[in-house]
Unconditional design. Structure first.
Length: 333
């Protein structure tokens, strides 16, 4: 047979009706054992595989997770989400699930895309990334009873004790605390911080780890730059000409690269600078950095979404059981 076997071929080979074959596939309990075994033998011999779209129509399930693909913006730190999506796809496949990527330029457009995919039966659940306080995507998913998990906490008043939805995140404060303690032990107590403008949940969390790890009596030196290498370089150059500090912890590798260039220009190439994300750029320059472990984040997201099994369903949000907080590790170079 040069073409794929059909359900009619199986019925003919087993000497039964098409409906009987369908019953064996979808409701085997209603078929006598002798007939069931005969149909299974024919299925195996002919290599028949039920068509995926037909199976979706029968079960109303696609065994597919939808995840937003961020627009390509270049830069240094986007590699973390790339690794997360790759790991999510790999681990979902091990559990019999597929991952569908979709593009959107804004949260509102993403909501429309999620609605289209859900209404078309293309996805069973969603993984959202880049969460922020008051995220409309999470609110829409909750209101429309769509199972989902977020890479990034809700950034509410009590994310851990009373989470609004399932989420997995990296403990940014724990990461910068590791980096700060290492810098104090290696270079000295005056450890500055180069962070994003205040108001970013992720950035503020990373700043907190640095502040809480400073020795008593040390005046905090907090520098600010957007996620831009050139601006970070300018900010660091100005600070190095007027501020005295022993080391610098940065909120991202992009800012760490800018600070490193500034240190070289300012005659302090040996200044201990630590980034966050452990990107190839940090590795190439020999900068220490915080590794987010996106593979662990992906496993945690699937564990929450599947509740330990293989079925994607809505489940009750229990305090202290609706989140996974992955502790990153410091990679010293």
């Amino acid at each position: 047979m040069n073409r794929p076997a059909t359900i009619e071929d199986v019925a003919r080979a087993a000497g039964v009706s098409r409906q009987t074959v369908s019953n064996v596939l979808n409701a085997p309990g209603v078929v006598r054992e002798e007939t069931r075994e005969r149909v299974k033998e024919a299925i195996g011999r002919l290599g028949y595989a039920p068509h995926a779209s037909a199976r979706r129509l029968r079960t109303r399930r696609s065994s597919t997770l939808g995840i937003h693909l961020d627009p390509y913006a270049g830069g240094i730190s986007g590699v973390v989400l790339d690794r997360f999506v790759h790991a999510l796809t790999e681990h979902a496949g091990e559990r019999g699930l597929r991952v569908m990527l979709y593009a959107a330029r804004s949260p509102e457009e993403e909501i429309r895309r999620m609605a289209d995919l859900r209404d078309g039966g293309d996805i069973d659940a969603v993984v959202i990334t880049g969460t922020f306080h008051g995220d409309p995507r999470a609110q829409w998913l909750i209101e429309h009873s769509v199972p989902f998990v977020a890479f990034g906490r809700p950034w509410g008043d009590d994310d851990v004790g009373a989470p609004a939805h399932l989420w997995v995140d990296v403990d940014g404060a724990a990461g910068t605390a590791q980096a700060t303690r290492h810098a104090i032990a290696t270079a000295g107590p005056r450890v500055a911080f180069l962070g994003w403008p205040a108001g970013s949940g992720t950035g503020d969390d990373r700043e907190r780890g640095w502040r809480e790890s400073l020795p008593a009596g040390v005046e905090p030196v907090r520098l600010t730059s957007p996620e831009n290498v050139a601006t970070a370089r300018e900010v660091a150059e100005q600070a190095l000409s007027s501020e005295a500090f022993d080391a610098l912890v940065c909120v991202s590798d992009s800012l760490a690269v800018g600070a490193h260039l500034a240190a070289v220009t300012s005659g302090r190439p040996g200044l201990l600078i630590t980034g966050f994300d452990n990107t190839p750029a940090a590795e190439a320059l020999g900068l220490s950095s915080i590794e987010q472990l996106p593979e662990q984040v992906a496993r945690g997201a699937l564990d929450l979404l599947l509740a330990g099994g293989r079925d994607v369903t809505l489940r009750e949000i229990a305090p202290h059981e609706a989140h996974v907080l992955v502790e990153p590790r410091l990679v010293v170079r």
